[in-house]
Design a protein around this ligand. Sequence first.
Ligand SMILES: NC(=O)c1ccc[n+]([C@@H]2O[C@H](COP(=O)([O-])OP(=O)(O)OC[C@H]3O[C@@H](n4cnc5c(N)ncnc54)[C@H](O)[C@@H]3O)[C@@H](O)[C@H]2O)c1
Length: 292
Amino acid sequence: MRNFTDRLAVITGGASGVGRSLAFALSDAGARVLIADIDAGALAQTRDALRARGARADARECDVTDPASLEDLAVFAFDELGGAHLVFANAGIGAGEAGPLWGYAENDWKWCFAVNFWGVVHTISAFMPRLVDQDSEAHFVITGSANGALLVYPDQPIYSATKAAVHAVAEALYHQTVRAQSPVRIHALFPGPHVVETGIFNSQRVRPNRFEKPADAPDTGIRSAADLRRMLEAFGMELTTTHPDEVARTALDGIREGSFWILPLNPTAEGQVRARMDSILDRTNPPVPSIG
Ligand SMILES: NC(=O)c1ccc[n+]([C@@H]2O[C@H](COP(=O)([O-])OP(=O)(O)OC[C@H]3O[C@@H](n4cnc5c(N)ncnc54)[C@H](O)[C@@H]3O)[C@@H](O)[C@H]2O)c1
């Protein structure tokens, strides 16, 4: 799809970070946008900011961990707004796990899988049948992460596990739609090329009570990119970051080009992916990656 004019784009996690930047970039390119998020306050703020710029924007509260909530969103998009041609399964969180893997709180695992993995599955289940029935060119974009899909960093095993699982789903969905000669194109979006400055470091702000973290559970204490920068500096490392608007521009280019892999990687990460692939094929032990 090269022309987004009047197309409806549905974006989960659309209130903040990458999702918010996608909404602005898509509406600047002529699309209508429907942003969906669990954070009602940020959702209203983003919708109002979009409308103030002249965007045709709707907002819907949505919890991606709940299949009924995604079904409501799909019904709204298709029955009230006339159908969607771009769907972004983008909502995601960081669990804030810290320390040895065997000491993590079960609720950190459950919450992260509920949002990052099940959220994507529920979005696929609600939207794919409708996109397929619509029988016209459409795009389904899954926000993954190189952290898990391509590299396994030592310090975020929960997040990495969710993103490894999501990537398997995205690639299988790609193969299935190609085999079916479906007009629905699948894209795997990897925000980058560096750590993206978003609200993900403070995901605890949208943590539901049912996944409450026990008071004694280990936690990173990192609540922002600035916190991460300070922590890395203490180890003599520098943090380079990417603005989410750059991710949105890269995503739209990838959709226009029909690319499955929307994968901006910095040279350090690229080298680490190659080293990991070499270690798999050479059967040597995995090299330890570091954030580039
Ligand atoms: N920031 C990075 O460096 C980076 C890198 C790779 C991948 N990603 C991925 O990008 C995506 C967007 O995250 P971001 O970095 O923009 O963070 P963010 O916190 O700024 O945005 C995530 C949005 O998801 C929403 N959300 C959380 N739980 C939800 C739920 N249950 N239902 C609906 N919405 C929910 C939040 O309210 C928030 O608005 C995520 O999938 C994340 O894993 C981010």
